[in-house]
Write a protein of this length. Structure first.
Length: 262
């Protein structure tokens, strides 16, 4: 959701690079122009790379969020701004903030071990072998789908709705809506079920049926757990992450534009 807030303080900037040659070269030039503060002391973070670096930076700072302004020195760069070296402080002061909330995944594996992780884009569950996954879906403790046979399923945030969720034919959601997308991956039965839109206050519980015969892995963005038997997903409203974008190129506008691509 785009929000209007006081101008971001830009006295101190921490620069981060993806490690790619182009990003590292930009890092050195920008540090020479604007200085470089330690991450925990900076007012704002400028991330140089692609969407992968943005997700890494959000995860890295999730316990103590700071405004993040990405500049594209990668490939896709959907979450990033254009790269310019001149006038960076002015751009940061004029940037529009967007607030996003991560998902919390609580997963239990076949050994009974429980793991908690957060996801900016989506929590996904995928079959580990040639056997399709067999899943039971509960919403707020009530079974809504007794058996889904598919390659897997995912729960996506509005910010992540244009990522894996979109490639799986899930709905694109405007950033400000209080929703989560529940999207099956290559569903076999029931054939006509294409997923659901859920309130972001609801709890999604997915049970893996026949877990020994049909093993399933669960992933919160890049963090994966193998051979899970149950996964619980909720929205973490207590954590607010701030992305900064140039006026006229906000994340809201990009998500809107994505709905008219063909």
């Amino acid at each position: 959701m785009s929000v209007v807030t006081p101008a971001v303080r830009t006295q101190t900037i921490a620069f981060l690079s993806s490690g790619a040659k182009e990003a590292n070269e930009a890092l050195e030039r920008l540090k020479a122009l604007y200085g470089d503060s330690p991450l925990d002391e900076a007012d704002v973070i400028v991330a140089l790379g692609g969407d992968g670096l943005m997700l890494q930076t959000l995860h890295k700072t999730i316990k103590s969020p700071k405004p993040i302004f990405g500049m594209n020195r990668g490939s896709v760069g959907f979450l990033m701004n254009d790269y310019w070296e001149v006038g960076l402080r002015e751009r940061l002061r004029a940037a529009l903030p967007a607030i996003i909330h991560p998902l919390i995944m609580r997963a239990r594996d076949v050994h009974g071990a429980e793991t908690t992780a957060r996801a900016i884009n989506e929590v996904s569950m995928l079959r580990q072998t040639y056997q399709a996954a067999k899943l039971r879906i509960e919403i707020d403790g009530k079974t809504q789908l007794g058996e889904l046979i598919a390659d897997g399923i995912l729960v996506a945030t509005p910010a992540g709705s244009t990522a894996y969720n979109l490639s799986a034919n899930g709905p694109i959601m405007p950033l400000g809506v209080p929703l989560m997308a529940l999207t099956p991956l290559s569903p076999f039965r029931p054939r006509r079920w294409r997923g659901a839109l859920l309130r972001d206050s609801q709890r999604v519980t997915i049970e893996v049926m026949e877990a020994d015969k049909r093993p399933v892995a669960a992933a919160a963005d890049h963090f994966e757990i193998r051979r899970v038997v149950e996964v619980d997903v909720t929205m973490d409203k207590a954590t607010s992450l701030i992305l900064l974008h140039d006026p006229g190129h906000s994340l809201d506008e990009r998500i809107l534009g994505e709905q008219f691509r063909y």
